[in-house]
Design a protein around this ligand. Structure first.
Ligand code: SF4
Length: 231
């Protein structure tokens, strides 16, 4: 696997076959998230970033304890809740993060109104492609317990680009997350307490009833359950 750097130089990293990835997944299934992060950092740092949604900072808290300089990426679609943008700053200050905010260029019209079908790909995915230039791998806080569509999420996989995608929290339950937040005083987006267990852009995120599918408040009324970032 090779990443092209801004200087034009190439960096090489170990290739993992499908069988080796399957073996890693078996091994990590019962491993702590920190062990998964340690493996990923050892293999790919500094050619790896962590994509943060800023619902909470659990993955960030774990990752910076392994590697304080890890690059954390936040995609500012320009359609976020003010509370989410405040959480970005809170988390940045709290951890002294190596934070990279990628902001969508101003649009003449609101994409989510003018072209809701393609808004995610034009806003979120296009910025993620920028974030991944020169990278060999990326991490996300995706969990199987978050939605019926995520129940089979692997811990380590190859994404559609051929980069390695690491989900260190894949096996975590909601209780694991709330327990870690309490034990480690992790910053949380204030919207979580207001009935938003899964937080995306303001026009596409609604509160959900207690006990309901946490992601049922996303893209309400649309034939869409994922923005495409995790495909
Ligand atoms: S979540 Fe909604 S507003 Fe945000 S990028 Fe996707 S379609 Fe656009």
């Amino acid at each position: 696997m090779t990443a092209l750097l801004g200087s034009g130089a190439h960096v090489h990293a170990p290739e993992f076959s499908d069988a080796e990835l399957a073996e890693l997944n078996r091994k990590f299934e019962s491993a702590p998230a920190s062990a998964v992060i340690e493996w990923a950092v050892e293999q790919y740092h500094p050619f790896m970033c962590l994509a943060a949604s800023m619902t909470d900072a659990v993955l960030i808290d774990l990752a910076i304890k392994v590697e304080p300089s890890i690059e954390v990426v936040f995609i500012d679609t320009r359609y976020h809740f003010p509370e989410t943008l405040e959480t970005v700053e809170t988390v940045r200050r709290h951890y002294g993060l190596n934070l990279r905010v990628l902001t969508v260029a101003p649009q003449p019209v609101d994409l989510w109104q003018a072209d809701p079908v393609n808004c995610c790909s034009q806003a979120k995915i296009a910025q993620m492609e920028r974030a991944l230039v020169g990278k060999l791998a990326w991490m996300s806080g995706l969990r199987r317990a978050e939605a019926p569509t995520r129940t089979k999420a692997p811990i380590v996989a190859r994404d559609l680009r051929g980069l390695v995608k690491v989900n260190p929290l894949a096996t975590w339950s909601d209780l694991d997350v709330s327990g870690y937040i309490a034990d480690h005083h992790v910053p949380v987006n204030p919207l979580v307490e207001q009935g938003y267990p899964s937080i995306g852009c303001r026009p596409c995120t609604h509160p959900v009833a207690p006990g309901a599918d946490p992601r049922s408040g996303r893209w309400v009324g649309q034939d869409k359950t994922e923005c495409g970032l995790h495909l």
